[in-house]
Design a protein around this ligand. Structure first.
Ligand SMILES: C[S@@+](CC[C@H](N)C(=O)[O-])C[C@H]1O[C@@H](n2cnc3c(N)ncnc32)[C@H](O)[C@@H]1O
Length: 272
């Protein structure tokens, strides 16, 4: 038994695959069961309700194919993230760390920490730092404070890390509390606020003047973020001294499913 194995978890929740699979099976069965009724309608020359049944058949098959697609796509994505000890996930997370222009002194915040990876690595690589990870820890993922604390202990940084439940939209910290802010693939998940630039504004609010930030998300997705240039302008208007952008989806080799999922991924980094 390997007791020291660290569990940073897969970004694709297993239960999502299971639910899609069960729905695909259910809709396949319903779609097939409805055929005898349709044939009966044809045989009895019941022309009035035939279009209704035909439409019902088509709708059921469309839903069924959608569920099958979701099952296949997310299974493939799960495997892509899981391969080689979650190498792809860690490579993506490490882009955030590599672009953080921080001297490693003081307090860092990881927004939407999940299983604690970024907060833990920040504390591990910077001996004079303390890292705080916040997350909503809703039911969609199997992440928790306990999992983060266990991972921090295994990585030997339990004393310099802290994890607490909080909402990225409303961080429970005073203005200019942190020396560094990181976040990876979090803001696009928060559906309740359409204008995603508000999360950047909130993150930068708690960052000290001169502090460093590195925030990666699906920022080029028009559906999630709207116009990219407007987003960039809105972030700049929050008062950053220096800001850069990179299309990080191009930086890594990825299987097709991961490329499809992350084709709009990019990173904003710089100094407040
Ligand atoms: C794809 S996971 C990424 C986790 C982590 N950043 C990483 O790189 O492994 C997205 C995370 O966003 C968190 N999240 C979603 N909505 C949130 C919110 N309103 N406030 C804080 N965290 C949130 C989820 O709980 C989940 O842990």
């Amino acid at each position: 038994m390997n007791e020291t194995k660290i569990n940073y978890g897969n970004w694709v929740p297993k239960k999502m695959i299971v639910i899609a699979f069960v729905m695909a099976i259910t809709f396949t069965i319903i779609s097939i069961l409805i055929y005898p009724f349709t044939f009966n309608i044809i045989l009895t020359n019941n022309i009035d309700i035939f279009p209704l049944f035909l439409a019902l058949n088509i709708i059921l098959w469309v839903i069924d194919f959608f569920c099958i697609f979701i099952t296949v796509f997310f299974t493939s994505l799960y495997r892509a993230f899981d391969a080689n000890n979650e190498k792809l996930q860690n490579d993506i997370r490490n882009i955030v760390l590599e672009n953080l222009q921080w001297n490693g002194e003081g307090k860092a915040l990881d927004i939407g920490t999940g299983s604690g990876y970024l907060a833990i690595k920040l504390a591990k690589f910077n001996n004079n730092s303390e890292a705080i990870g916040i997350d909503y820890w809703g039911s969609s993922w199997s992440y928790s404070v306990k999992l983060c604390e266990q991972n921090a202990e295994k990585e030997g940084v339990k004393e310099r890390t802290r994890f607490q439940r909080a909402d990225a939209a409303n961080l429970p910290f005073e203005d200019e509390t942190f020396d560094a802010i990181v976040s990876n693939l979090v803001f696009h998940n928060i559906a309740k606020i359409r204008d995603k630039s508000k999360f950047f504004k909130e993150a930068l609010r708690v960052l000290k003047k001169g502090g460093a930030f590195s925030i990666q998300d699906k920022v080029k997705s028009k559906i999630l973020y709207g116009n990219f240039n407007k987003l960039e302008k809105k972030i700049e208007e929050t008062g950053v001294a220096e800001m850069h952008y990179k299309d990080t989806n191009l930086a890594l080799e990825m299987p097709r499913s991961a490329r499809m999922e992350l084709k709009t991924m990019g990173i904003f980094y710089g100094i407040k």
